[in-house]
Design a binder for this molecule. Structure first.
Ligand code: NDP
Ligand code: HSE
Length: 439
């Protein structure tokens, strides 16, 4: 069989890892694909520093010896797209703007397979790319886009096709899990932990997406399509981040035997899909509570085969790159089998706030007698069954306490807070924090 030739666009943390693994494992991956796989060319804005960082020969890079301007990079990318002997293009530039979407579409129009780690692009603009790939009979590999090194895409796309997925829950953003772990276990402050995550290359170029839950949201949107055939836009999913998690929340979590984690959650009930991304108090008895640092984990419950847990590195240069290289080998070996169906199916999608969860509500009030009674009475009025009321934390003239509930809806919680505020307008000193509890 003829050689299979690859070009990489963007040789940063992930693209550089791909180039390095391809050169170290060329013989092995070629044997696995039963044809020779070659890394032909790289387009990168700073070729010399990338070559040095990943110990790569400079002649792999277009225009080495100086940094490229955007126009020069564009010129070389066009050369890649026109090169008849390039079979597959790796997009590791990142971003989800028009430029990157057009680039991904052009790769497919040029009848080259595309491999990308770009979850933002696929979650926000995937349809145009998958449609173009289908029309042009090329594949799109995106194993690295969800949970870096963990083979969750192939597991859902191939291994679980003889079953029916009931629920998915997971830790899918390494940066936020790293920050929460450092706050929880090392007593580190938020900013310090974020800086370390950035230095280690885990965080996105703009770490806001890691912190506000949108990076995890991108990954859940991709998995919802694969697992349930539900094609939703990012703004249909309720997404919360970890930016307001305080050390006090961590203490309340400890009091009810939980760890706070940013959780992607989806469950099928009566033909409807409920999903959300938000910080949850995860019970210590749930496997996900023990997942620390940049590690990601996905827990899948299937109708016939039961529970499965996939655990591994969710980010990092070589970790993520290994998934990209796996997609390259797959395309080289079975390109005709790689198509992904993005057809919308008939399941309804419902925001998980309509779903019953146990919740923990944290109230900040004046430190005077009778307040706990007023709050718990309103909770009872909304027919919410209380599980635990925490110790009060007394700070000067303020008190903070939390109430853990039995399963109820967000609507009941909202009505409770409205009742407390209407009956006693000065009672609450800040908006109560409400966090679901995951058993
Ligand atoms: P980086 O910023 O490290 O790498 C991007 C590279 O692309 C940089 O080297 C940049 O050049 C180069 N670049 C920018 N514009 C162009 C252009 N027009 N032409 C050619 N090269 C260009 O990002 P990452 O490697 O971290 O991320 C890449 C993708 O992988 C993103 O979509 C990200 O979401 C995803 N991802 C990242 C993970 C990680 O752990 N980092 C894990 C999973 C997915 P310059 O040298 O000037 O910066
Ligand atoms: N910034 C992402 C994370 C990289 O922290 O998980 C992997 O997608």
């Amino acid at each position: 069989m003829k050689d299979f030739n690859v070009a990489i666009l963007g040789c940063g943390t992930v693209g550089g890892g791909v180039a390095r693994i391809m050169s170290e494992l060329q013989e092995e991956i070629s044997n696995r694909a039963s044809r020779k796989i070659n890394l032909r060319k790289i387009v990168e804005l700073t070729p010399d520093s990338a070559a040095k960082r990943f110990s790569l020969p400079t002649d792999l890079f277009y225009g080495h010896g100086k940094n490229l301007t955007g126009e020069e990079a564009e010129h070389y990318i066009k050369e890649v797209l026109e090169a008849e002997d390039i079979d597959l293009v790796v997009e590791t530039i990142g971003g989800s703007n028009d430029y990157i979407e057009n680039l991904a579409v052009k790769v497919c129009e040029a009848k080259k397979h595309l491999v990308t780690a770009n979850k933002a692009l696929l979650a926000e603009r995937g349809k145009a790319i998958f449609d173009t790939a289908k029309t042009n009979d090329v594949t799109v590999g995106f194993e690295a886009a969800v949970c870096g090194a963990i083979p969750i895409i192939k597991t859902i796309k191939e291994s679980f096709t003889g079953d029916s997925i009931i629920s998915l829950s997971g830790i899918m953003n390494g940066t936020s899990n790293y920050i929460l772990s450092m706050m929880q276990n090392e007593g580190m402050e938020f900013e310090e932990a974020l800086k370390l995550a950035q230095e280690n290359g885990y965080a996105e170029t703009d770490p806001t997406l890691d912190i506000n839950g949108y990076d995890a949201g991108h990954k859940l949107v991709i998995l919802l399509k694969l697992a349930f055939g539900v094609d939703i836009a990012m703004d249909e999913l309720s997404i919360g981040g970890i930016e307001n998690i305080s050390r006090e929340d961590i203490e309340f979590a400890e009091e009810i035997n939980c760890k706070i984690k940013l959780i992607c959650y989806a469950k099928k009930i009566d033909g409807k899909i409920y999903a959300t991304v938000c910080p949850m108090m995860v019970k210590n008895s749930n496997f996900l509570s023990g997942v620390k640092g940049v590690t990601n984990a996905v827990r899948v419950v299937n109708k016939y085969s039961g529970k499965h847990i996939l655990l591994g590195a969710g980010a990092g240069s070589f970790e993520t790159a290994s998934s990209i290289v796996a997609d390259i080998v797959f395309a080289a070996k079975y390109s005709e089998r790689g198509q992904v169906s993005y057809d919308k199916q008939s399941l309804d999608f419902i925001d998980a706030s309509h779903f019953e969860f146990p919740y923990i509500m944290t109230f900040e009030t004046a430190d005077v007698p009778g307040i706990t009674g007023l709050v718990t009475t309103s909770v009872g009025h909304q027919n919410i069954n209380i599980d635990t009321v925490s110790h009060n934390r007394h700070k000067k003239d303020r008190a903070t306490f939390s109430i853990a509930t039995m399963p109820c809806t967000m609507l009941q919680i909202e009505k409770t807070i409205a009742e407390i505020t209407n009956n006693n307008p000065d009672l609450l000193l800040s908006t109560p924090k409400v966090i679901p509890i995951l058993y």
